[in-house]
Write a protein that binds this ligand. Structure first.
Ligand SMILES: Nc1ncnc2c1ncn2[C@@H]1O[C@H](COP(=O)(O)OP(=O)(O)OP(=O)(O)O)[C@@H](O)[C@H]1O
Length: 480
């Protein structure tokens, strides 16, 4: 019979530990208990009051030490007042070398004595054989370092990424976490795949996850009560790569992400994260987590400059030519696309796909005119955001040798009316302003006047070649 809870027998440490476990289970709930406490074993309580507990893995040790050591001590003291402190050790003699610890054979060899199932780590794209094991998102090998082109905007991120990818397991880690942020389509995912692929090729065990996959894995593990397997998967890796962390949502998930991050970093594993904003702006995560994310190296990739856009286009065309030998894109067209398709890498891919489609489906050679036609909406969609009505008025006025004041005035002479109508038309097609807004910006005119001008010019463009050329030229001048 064990001693009463608050007057423990110092000789019956095992029973006191069992009660401590029951206490922790009741206090923390089944999920958390099974995740972290089920495999702790009491080795001894020595005369100085040190309770020697053992766990089967380094990962579990670091996690428990950083999150639950105080709690265990308090609970144990409630049951056995001899206990003064907690010491945590690895169950295998002398600990394990990191590489051995991560080998599946070593996992089996160090399987907990309690007999709890211990799945081998699930690596990227592998089958989800073990319930609760975390399955990585598939890696696209085409997105490697060899196809990642470097320019002013991404040189720093690229250098840091290479360093992180090339490090050997067990080597000192310089940037942890490496946090890469950039706007949409500027190459974050590409860089992450390159890091993960290169590290895997170098023999490291890498888990690449989108934030959604991380959330899904964790939530389903909780539901299936296999949160332990989820954590065990993380335990067996050298590098965790998480894309789009701005999508991490929910208190439990972000708490779990925080624990994961801390445990991995504390255990000397590399973490690489990408997001569309800097760590300080991740509103869905708490302050501590944000500062942990910013605590390694946070590096931004800026917009692709024109030279880099041109290099990306050339490389895409080269790849496309491998399967389509007749696909010939003259340098002038490449330069035009690099100059006008400015938004991001995804649009550059789209532009090459369209040129290829036009070329192969219609047999038309790729010329400047064909490219303008094929990419019209891709370019036009981007233009309204950049062009200002004031710029349109200024450039049209200069082109027709009138003043901007003339354009805004009430004068109705032909030399002023036509430029005014063209400026109104361009304001409609190149900006997102409404007709009434455009009317206001043209000397307080009514929206029907603007509509009339837009229709008039639109109609003339089909019949008046000189006007069509003028308008085309003005558009180009405005997009420079
Ligand atoms: N520096 C680069 N070199 C080669 N390709 C690039 C580069 N930057 C972007 N790309 C290409 O642009 C496309 C979009 O890039 P990616 O998917 O990596 O962007 P992202 O920043 O992850 O976007 P999102 O925020 O939408 O997830 C991809 O095809 C990618 O290969």
């Amino acid at each position: 019979m064990s001693a009463p809870a608050h007057s423990p027998s110092s000789g019956d440490h095992g029973a006191a530990w069992q009660r401590t476990q029951r206490r922790l289970r009741a206090e923390l709930g089944e999920d958390i208990y099974l995740s972290w406490f089920a495999r702790i074993e009491l080795e001894s309580v020595d005369t100085s009051g040190a309770a020697n507990l053992s766990v089967p893995t380094r990962f579990l040790k670091s996690w428990i030490l950083s999150h639950y050591a105080d709690r265990i001590l308090r609970a144990f003291q409630e049951e056995n007042s001899d206990v003064q402190r907690i010491e945590l050790s690895l169950r295998t003699a002398g600990g394990r070398a990191p590489a051995a610890a991560r080998a599946p054979a070593a996992n089996a060899a160090t399987a907990p004595r309690t007999g709890t199932a211990q799945p081998a780590p699930q690596i990227n794209g592998a089958d989800n054989a073990a319930g609760g094991g975390l399955v990585g998102s598939p890696l696209d090998r085409r997105m490697g370092f060899d196809s990642f082109l470097v320019g002013r905007s991404n040189a720093l991120a690229h250098a840091a990424a290479q360093e992180v990818a090339k490090a050997r397991a067990g080597e000192a880690i310089r940037y942890n976490p490496l946090y890469v942020h950039a706007a949409v389509g500027l190459g974050k995912t590409h860089l992450l795949h390159a890091i993960a692929g290169a590290a895997e090729t170098g023999g490291r065990r890498v888990l690449y996850l989108t934030a959604e996959r991380f959330m899904f894995g964790f939530v389903s593990a909780l539901r299936a009560q296999t949160a332990l397997a989820f954590k065990e998967t993380l335990r067996g890796i050298d590098m965790l790569v998480i894309d789009d962390v701005q999508f991490l949502q929910g208190k439990t998930v972000s708490a779990e992400f925080g624990h994961t991050l801390n445990a991995l970093i504390d255990a000397g594993r590399q973490v690489v994260v990408a997001a569309d904003r800097p760590p300080t702006e991740l509103e869905s995560l708490d302050d501590r987590l944000r500062s942990r994310l910013a605590g390694g190296l946070a590096v931004e990739m800026a917009s692709l400059d024109e030279d880099l856009r041109l290099s990306i286009l050339k490389s895409r065309v080269t790849v496309a030519r491998e399967a389509n030998l007749g696909f010939d894109v003259p340098p002038s067209v490449l330069a035009y696309v690099a100059r006008t398709v400015t938004a991001n890498g995804r649009d550059l891919d789209g532009a090459v796909n369209r040129l290829l489609a036009h070329n192969t489906l219609t047999g038309a050679a790729v010329t400047l005119e064909m490219a303008e036609e094929a990419l019209r909406d891709l370019i036009r969609n981007r233009e309204p955001k950049r062009v200002k009505i004031e710029d349109i008025q200024r450039i049209v006025a200069r082109h027709y040798n009138v003043s901007r004041a003339d354009i805004l005035s009430a004068r109705r002479t032909a030399t002023v009316v036509r430029p005014r109508q063209i400026a109104m038309y361009l304001s409609k097609v190149l900006t997102l302003r409404s007709l009434p807004e455009i009317g206001r910006r043209f000397g307080g005119r009514d929206h029907t006047t603007v509509l009339h001008a837009v229709r008039k010019i639109d109609g003339l463009l089909h019949s008046d070649n000189a006007l069509a050329e003028d308008v085309d030229l003005l558009k180009r001048m405005l997009s420079e």
